[in-house]
Design a protein around this ligand. Structure first.
Ligand code: HEM
Length: 462
């Protein structure tokens, strides 16, 4: 049986085989404690559970593990997992002698952020100053431990003040099939404890923007299209909410969000131009904005995708088929055919084609922003696609919308209740971004920007 045992500490690596079965202690016989114990047993460790009532708590304990009183259990192992709620940590205070020099792994989580003044792991360290506390494994659930870690949750974070203690924990993590990433000293514990409580943090702002824009344009178009028709002509065209309105809100939000992806980069370039140096930090809001560009772009792609789907179903709509038949019948009845208008054909095909090309590049941008793809691209390739092709996508989609608007921009009948149609409003931001970008790529401005990015400073050091 001894040959199945594994060495706990990397410091013993010089010794060829562990002299005896390495023992790991687990305090806490809850779900997480038991799952940890089971995994440790499977990995070849001897496991001893510390319990207040060692004789009555053995029924649920994984087969092969021992149960002892806390003091005896602590003495028999170098490393102790503390899988107990923070409120019960004070039972450790009387064990200070037995815990001296031991590695205590705090695996706890909280129910909400800022629940306590200090991190659980720091609190644990203050209760047992003689032990070496390491925070870690708290992103793992009992469920994932029982089922074996999958690719996505193989990585665990640890932090602690003692390098040796962290090495001990890392070695055990490796034996459990996990890869532990050292995040630094115990002061980082609070951040690690917040990880499992975060809900898609980088998506929050982009999602809010998407919902806000969708709601604003939905009500704007509802008033302009549907309520206007009812108020002025008494016509009920509320059925249009489902497809026509949705097929306006989606592309409008998509185009605005796509320009929001490229606006911060353009603003940052102008800021560098204005300051004449790249060695000053961008304001926080600009930093935060730049960091969520990928999420903005992916959401924008989602809206563009919906627009394409809504567009594809236009021919099978009852309303559209009804109108087309009605027109054909009236042409026959009045025996009055219209001339084929080449300009209209050109215009229609052009804006559709630009939309399709724009959408094609849009999808390419989306695919290359996925980590599995972007990881195999060099930085130059990635920035070529995201910047050059990104601006081209914005240009194509903007041109698609301008051509769709065509000559309607000048006709006054389009401004119902003195308000412009949605597509005109949504053209403002992309047009501004494209104009600013055009300014940036004019040779003399481009030359200055390139020099600044290479480290040159206006009136400065080099
Ligand atoms: C409008 C087709 C891609 C932005 C339209 C319309 C059609 C169309 C038929 C007129 C809809 C209507 O009559 O109500 C397509 C096709 C695409 C495509 C076939 C690609 C396969 C895109 C993309 C964008 C975009 C990628 C960029 C975000 C717009 C905008 C409008 C529009 C803003 C005006 C919406 C409004 O009526 O207010 N498109 N489109 N389109 N499209 Fe596209």
């Amino acid at each position: 049986e001894k040959s199945e045992c594994v060495s706990l500490s990397p410091m013993r690596e010089a010794v060829p085989a562990p002299p005896e079965c390495e023992r790991v202690c687990v305090f806490g016989t809850g779900d997480l404690g038991r799952s940890l114990g089971l995994r440790l047993l499977q990995a070849g460790y001897g496991v001893v559970f510390g319990s207040r009532r060692p004789h009555s708590s053995s029924t649920l304990i994984p087969h092969g593990a021992q149960v002892q009183g806390h003091a005896a259990a602590a003495q028999s192992a170098l490393m102790i997992f503390i899988a107990v709620q923070r409120e019960h940590y004070d039972f450790l205070v009387p064990l200070a002698n037995q815990l001296k020099g031991k590695v205590l792994v705090d695996v706890s989580n909280n129910l909400r952020k800022n629940q306590y003044p200090e991190a659980n792991a720091e609190y644990l360290q203050s209760l047992v100053p003689g032990a070496e506390v390491v925070k870690g494994f708290n992103t793992l659930s009992a469920w994932s431990l029982q089922n074996g870690p999958s690719d996505a949750n193989r990585q665990v974070y640890i932090c602690g003040d003692s390098v040796e203690a962290k090495q001990v924990v890392m070695a055990v993590a490796t034996m459990l099939g996990l890869s532990a990433l050292d995040r630094g000293s115990l002061s980082v514990a609070r951040e690690l404890e917040d990880f499992p409580l975060q809900l898609f943090p980088q998506w929050r702002l982009p999602l809010r923007i998407a919902i806000g824009l969708s709601a604003a344009f939905f009500f704007y178009l509802l008033i302009r299209d549907i309520i206007y028709a009812y108020a002025t002509q008494g016509k009920d065209i509320s059925f249009r909410i489902m497809v026509s309105l949705a097929n306006k809100v989606c592309p409008i939000v998509s185009l605005i969000m796509l320009s929001l992806c490229y606006l911060p980069g353009v603003l940052a370039s102008f800021l560098q131009l204005y300051r004449g140096t790249k060695y000053r930090r961008f304001p926080d809001w600009l930093d935060r904005w730049m960091l969520c560009r990928k999420q903005l772009g992916l959401l924008a792609l989602g809206f563009a995708f919906l627009h394409v789907l809504y567009t594809l179903i236009i021919p099978i709509r009852y309303y559209v088929r009804f109108k087309a038949t009605e027109r054909t019948v009236s042409v026959i009845r009045e025996n009055k055919t219209t001339e084929f208008d080449t300009t209209t054909a050109w215009r229609g095909d052009s804006y559709l084609s630009l939309g399709i090309l724009g959408f094609g590049l849009y999808v390419l941008l989306g695919i290359t922003s996925l980590p599995s793809v972007s990881n195999v691209l060099s930085w130059r390739e990635f920035s070529f696609i995201q910047s050059k092709l990104g601006h081209l996508t914005l240009l194509l989609c903007t041109a698609h919308t301008y051509l769709y608007g065509w000559n309607k921009f000048l006709s006054s009948s389009i401004y119902k209740w003195y308000t412009p149609p949605g597509y005109m409003l949504c053209l403002v931001l992309p047009s501004v971004v494209l104009l600013l970008k055009l300014l940036l790529i004019t040779p003399c401005v481009d030359h200055t920007i390139t020099r600044i990015r290479q480290g040159w400073e206006r009136g400065g050091r080099s």
